[in-house]
Write a protein that binds this ligand. Structure first.
Ligand SMILES: Nc1ncnc2c1ncn2[C@@H]1O[C@H](COP(=O)(O)OP(=O)(O)OP(=O)(O)O)[C@@H](O)[C@H]1O
Length: 603
């Protein structure tokens, strides 16, 4: 469920963004223009096709005027046929141009959406853990899906209609003024209430469309989290409680969407009403003018036919302005992600033959937006091939310490070195080929076992995979229905916790890292399997530098020395027996362990 803090963050995010000046929002959309570049030729052709279509449709009333005032008034049947054929030709041309435009635009706009989505996804992958920790996943999901579709619809359809409608409105008004200026002025005056109301509508629509888009993101977060956390929900029997949270979110989206619909339908009704009232006034005044002889019947028919052509562009202007507002909001939301700079950037150094000498030199770390250090003044020297167990109370900072080595977070003070080089100077691929990590909560992807295992070593041979699986005591995968090619469910849900941990361990071992970081990786294993894994791990750790977060005495025994982490700093380093003898806090920590282990340790 969305945490209180993230909900507040999203709320603040929504509030600040809905008050962004219009220029800022327009600018966000404008910045996406580079995505249109590959389609410039098509877009220009589309625009010309659209404008030519408008031209053809505007010419028809003028031809009708000629027909009424010419061949019909003078009973000229030959002229009537010729002008009639011209009107038909113009109608067919308009229809053909619409067909061509629609055909061309579909490819261009779908390609554009796909490219922005690719870039957004790639950028998300580059953003650091700190970013992902602070954003609700549903908000990111809705930006990569709904928001991009909104932008695509506007750039592909809305923008084109906005241009052609404005051209059509201006041309028709000029033509009307030229045809008979007193009636033309009536039509031009009707634009005043439309413009005034559009401006008011825009202000309210911006706020509400941003609110709907943010609320949809919150709802997506609830759905995503309840899908992932379905086991916890079921086991606590909280299905109804979670449903209520979802229902509240869904009702909120419904209520805000209805408010949006009410607002836009009032506006659109008004937009349909104004041209029709104007038409009635024009017909009345036009009939009087024809009666006085100051206007021909043909001109009045042409005038009203042209005016009818204003009804649709004005009525659709409401839809298009709404579309434009939504697209600007969506672009702003997408840009909020794209503008976040990846703070963890690659260095330039490649180590050809790393030895794996790892040092923490006065390292401190605090999470963004936190005001206290989680780690402070950490000094630790792990020589090549040596294994250090990190022992500490829960919340003392063990996981955070291990996350600093592959640079999932960057230190905020001091430095970490490998073979004397600050890890920030190494290229990220180089660092991550030296360091492999297996976490306590292993993440497996909806892919085959083989794909999951070879995530860090796509070129691993079957033999190497077997070796890694044997080390991790995970050869059970060969008994799955399709062996290594069995697809495991989302996050490996079809496997037990221990099986998933063993696969994650095999994945880390398979990369043959110089530095292996195990964050309490064996916690879900039974005592017997753990002993087997540890036995096999001993061989792996002989050739690698190891950092092993340990809660159990049996895991500690894997290590050459132990570092005791207390309140974010390493207070003691020594062998297991030394610490057991001299440090009461260490003894207390391990006393929580099973008696069996303690006896084993002391013997
Ligand atoms: N993303 C985060 N943002 C802010 N604080 C965090 C974050 N992750 C962890 N912390 C805080 O940092 C401290 C250290 O957490 P860490 O997970 O490293 O402890 P740990 O020793 O591994 O605990 P455990 O043994 O329970 O896994 C805790 O007080 C925790 O609340």
């Amino acid at each position: 469920m969305p945490s209180d803090t993230s909900a507040v963050a999203a709320q603040q995010d929504s509030e600040t963004s809905s008050h962004q000046p219009r220029f800022h929002r327009l600018h966000a959309l404008w910045r996406l223009r580079s995505y249109l570049r590959p389609y410039v030729g098509r877009l220009i052709f589309m625009l010309f096709a659209a404008l030519a279509g408008v031209g053809a449709s505007l010419a028809i009333p003028l031809v009708i005027r000629e027909i009424i005032d010419g061949p019909i008034a003078h009973r000229d049947s030959k002229g009537l046929v010729l002008l009639g054929l011209l009107a038909i030709f113009l109608g067919v041309t308009e229809a053909f141009l619409i067909l061509v435009r629609r055909w061309i635009q579909s490819r261009a706009v779908l390609g554009l959406e796909t490219k922005i989505r690719d870039d957004l996804y790639e950028h998300l992958q580059r953003l650091p853990m700190a970013f992902h920790g602070g954003w609700q996943s549903g908000q990111l999901l809705s930006r990569a899906t709904t928001d991009l579709s909104v932008i695509r619809r506007f750039l592909g359809f809305g923008l084109l209609f906005l241009i052609t409608n404005v051209v059509q409105l201006t041309t028709v008004t000029v033509l009307l003024l030229r045809m008979y200026w007193p009636l033309g002025l009536v039509v031009a005056a009707s634009a005043v209430p439309i413009i005034m109301l559009s401006l008011r509508f825009e202000k309210r629509y911006i706020r509400i469309s941003r609110q709907v888009q943010d609320e949809q993101g919150d709802l997506a977060t609830v759905i995503e989290e309840s899908a992932v956390g379905i086991r916890a929900i079921k086991s606590f029997g909280r299905r109804h409680y979670i449903f209520d949270i979802f229902d509240e979110g869904a009702r909120q989206v419904y209520a805000t969407s209805m408010e949006k619909v009410r607002l836009s339908s009032r506006f659109w009704t008004f937009l349909g009403f104004v041209p029709n009232v104007t038409l009635a006034i024009v017909l009345l005044l036009g009939a009087v003018a024809v009666g006085w002889g100051s206007l021909t019947l043909g001109t009045l028919v042409a005038f009203t036919t042209l005016m009818l052509q204003l009804v649709w562009p004005i009525a659709s202007l409401g839809h298009i302005l709404a579309m434009a507002q939504e697209a600007m909001t969506a672009a702003e939301r997408v840009m909020e992600v794209l503008d976040t700079k990846p703070t963890i950037t690659s260095g330039s150094l490649e180590l050809a033959n790393p030895k794996g000498h790892l040092r923490f030199e006065g390292v401190s770390f605090r999470f963004p937006d936190d005001d206290t250090d989680v780690l402070r003044d950490v000094w630790l020297d792990v020589r090549p091939g040596e294994t250090v167990a990190i022992v500490g109370a829960t919340g003392s900072g063990k996981t955070t310490l291990t996350a600093l080595v592959p640079r999932l977070f960057d230190v905020t003070g001091g430095r970490i070195t490998i073979d004397g080089h600050d890890i920030r100077d190494l290229t990220l691929p180089c660092l991550r080929s030296i360091v492999a990590t297996a976490f306590e909560e292993p993440t497996l992807f909806s892919m085959s076992v083989r794909e999951n295992l070879t995530l860090g070593r796509p070129d691993a041979t079957d033999e190497e995979i077997r070796e890694a699986l044997e080390v991790a005591q995970a050869t059970f995968v060969y008994d799955l229905p399709w062996g290594l090619d069995t697809r495991i469910g989302e996050q490996g849900m079809a496997l037990s916790g221990g099986q998933r941990q063993r696969l994650a361990l095999a994945r880390a071992v398979l990369t043959k890292p110089k530095i292996l970081v195990l964050d309490d990786t064996l916690s879900a294993l039974d005592v017997e399997t753990e002993a087997l894994v540890e036995q096999a791990l001993r061989h792996v750790l002989e050739s690698a530098t190891g950092i092993v977060v340990a809660h159990r005495a049996s895991t500690v025994l894997l290590a050459d020395k132990v570092a005791l982490l207390q309140n974010g700093t390493i207070t003691h380093v020594g062998t297991h027996h030394e610490l057991l003898e001299k440090v009461p806090q260490y003894r207390e920590l391990l006393a929580q362990d099973a008696d069996l282990d303690a006896e084993e340790v002391l013997s």
